[in-house]
Design a protein around this ligand. Structure first.
Ligand SMILES: [Zn+2]
Length: 442
């Protein structure tokens, strides 16, 4: 099967290269804002024309697509950005491409062609506020040996750690570069290569995965995750230390005076630690999801109410929910790689409130109840473990049914919940994903 993978590396640029990275990100932002201004002006012009009775071909054309935007840009770039030659033309393409996508998302959302949250009209990117990034899709970009990357018009930039995983794959012809994105996170520059690769995908679960059986996973608050096996997967050790630093930095930030130089400094420090914590958590989750996908034939996770999740004010729970979203994202492709399956429970299935022993429900369970006490069968169990066992039981109760779901179409985007009511001990509710797509393999 054909997959796309991202390989991301931190950069150690020299001063001239750093200036080049900033200049390219600035160029992408500049052209985005220029294009947006142009579109807005054309829309206003059109409104005015309509108001005095013009219609059809007589109306101003609004450059809404990438080719239209590019055409206009090439007509005016000598006037609006005489410095354009200092940057790779890819940076301008990337900025216009971003704008064209933002415009399309807006119109698709408005016309009901796009689900999810309503997408607003694109806004101007403010320097320092917007994420700095630019992209190459053509030209002589790529790794130069294991320790450098070649970025046209910027130079041969040193990477922070060797890129063996990527360069090995490319050298053996097991991957093709699709593009490279330079971006800045918390004061540090990264390059991320998108690589298209062919992957051998097992047809069926291995004996080891079958022996492991299904497993339910719940993202913990104190732990990285809690499994239906009873295992509580600890956070990576360095993470606890960084989290203490994070709390300290965030207190220092909130004490500083709005608008002061000290506040900007503290915000930068806070951002840096945040990025570090997110990296450590992602590393821990990567190890966990590989283990789950290779040791079990079905992995069951909860569906997430993503919009509601972001609004959750309780920090601890919000962190766990973000963890769950990442676990699910990783399992979605890893189960496909390793021949296991991902089963996503119905969004409305009350995994925390249901007794994993007898099916009794405790509707009054609150977020602060860390232990589940069953008033029917008197089971006393850790709240997250109980939820994980309930998730596993969703497929354990109907193994034959989920096996029939093999070959589901994975190209369909994550759909809404399948509304199936589940009585204790009957068939599973929800969707199954993760079977290798039939006929997709090359
Ligand atoms: Zn019970």
């Amino acid at each position: 099967m054909t997959t796309t993978q991202a390989f991301r590396f931190a950069l150690d640029p020299n001063d001239a290269q750093l200036a080049g990275l900033r200049r390219h990100a600035g160029a992408a932002r500049f052209v985005y804002n220029w294009g947006l201004g142009f579109v807005k002006a054309a829309l206003a012009q059109r409104d005015a024309e309509q108001s005095y009775g013009l219609a059809g071909d007589a109306l101003t054309v609004v450059p809404w697509t990438l080719p239209a935007l590019r055409l206009r840009w090439n007509q005016v770039k000598n006037d609006v950005a005489p410095w354009w030659g200092e940057c790779s033309k890819e940076a301008f393409s990337a900025g216009l491409d971003q704008l064209a996508r933002a415009l399309k998302n807006f119109s698709d959302s408005k016309n009901g062609k796009r689900g999810g949250r309503r997408v607003g009209f694109p806004r101007f990117k403010k320097r320092g506020k917007a994420r700095d990034s630019f992209r190459y899709t053509t030209g002589a970009y790529g790794p130069a040996g294991d320790l450098h990357v070649r970025l046209p018009r910027i130079g041969r930039v040193k990477v922070h750690e060797p890129m063996g995983a990527l360069t090995g794959r490319l050298a053996e012809g097991r991957g093709r570069l699709l593009g490279a994105t330079g971006s800045r996170t918390a004061g540090r520059w990264f390059v991320s290569f998108t690589v298209q690769a062919e992957r051998e995908v097992p047809e069926a679960p291995s004996p080891r995965q079958r022996a492991g059986g299904p497993v339910g996973v719940d993202a913990g608050v104190k732990h990285l995750a809690v499994l239906s096996t009873g295992e509580q997967v600890d956070n990576p050790k360095p993470l606890a230390r960084s989290q203490r630093k994070l709390r300290k930095a965030s207190r220092a930030y909130s004490r500083s005076k709005p608008g002061s130089a000290g506040r900007r400094q503290r915000a930068a420090r806070l951002g840096k630690i945040h990025a570090h914590v997110a990296n450590q958590r992602r590393d821990g989750l990567n190890k966990l999801t590989t283990r789950l996908a290779t040791n079990h034939d079905v992995v069951v996770v909860e569906d997430l109410h993503v919009a509601g999740m972001v609004r959750n004010r309780r920090l601890a729970r919000a962190v766990a929910d973000t963890g769950m979203a990442e676990i699910r994202r990783q399992l979605d492709y890893k189960t496909r790689w390793y021949g296991s399956r991902l089963h996503i429970a119905n969004r409305w299935y009350p995994s925390s409130k249901t007794c994993s022993g007898c099916g009794w429900r405790n509707p009054s369970l609150t977020l602060s109840d860390r232990t589940f006490h069953c008033q029917s069968c008197h089971l006393v169990i850790d709240r997250d473990t109980n939820a994980a066992v309930n998730l596993r039981n969703l497929v354990a109760a109907s193994t034959s049914e989920t096996h029939n779901a093999r070959g589901a179409d994975h190209k369909t985007p994550l759909a809404g919940p399948v509304a199936v009511k589940r009585e204790p001990g009957t068939a599973a509710a929800g969707q199954t994903r993760g079977a290798p797509p039939q006929g997709e393999a090359a």
